[in-house]
Design a protein. Structure first.
Length: 85
């Protein structure tokens, strides 16, 4: 939520990660209906403007994990821990 509570960023990742861009596009196309449904369910002074964003943190963390598990990186990490760094 923004500090003025008028904008909400909604990060999402569909189960399985397939058709993610399509899901974000569908949600963005249907923002008015979604806001209307939310306004009926929750009480806020202002119903925030919704921004749907694809959450790619899982993909990034998998990439970092695969880099860290690389043999060369593991050797460097082992050497660093032996040096007390």
């Amino acid at each position: 939520m923004s500090t003025d509570v008028k904008t909400a960023r909604v990060f999402l990742l569909p189960l399985g990660g397939k058709s993610a861009q399509e899901a974000v596009g569908y949600l963005n196309e249907n923002k008015p209906k979604i806001r209307s449904l939310l306004a009926k369910k929750i009480y806020l002074k202002y119903m925030p403007h919704l921004i749907f964003i694809l959450d790619d943190r899982f993909h990034k963390s998998d990439r970092i994990n695969s880099i860290l598990s690389n043999d060369k990186v593991q050797k460097d990490l082992d050497i660093s821990s032996e040096d007390g760094s």
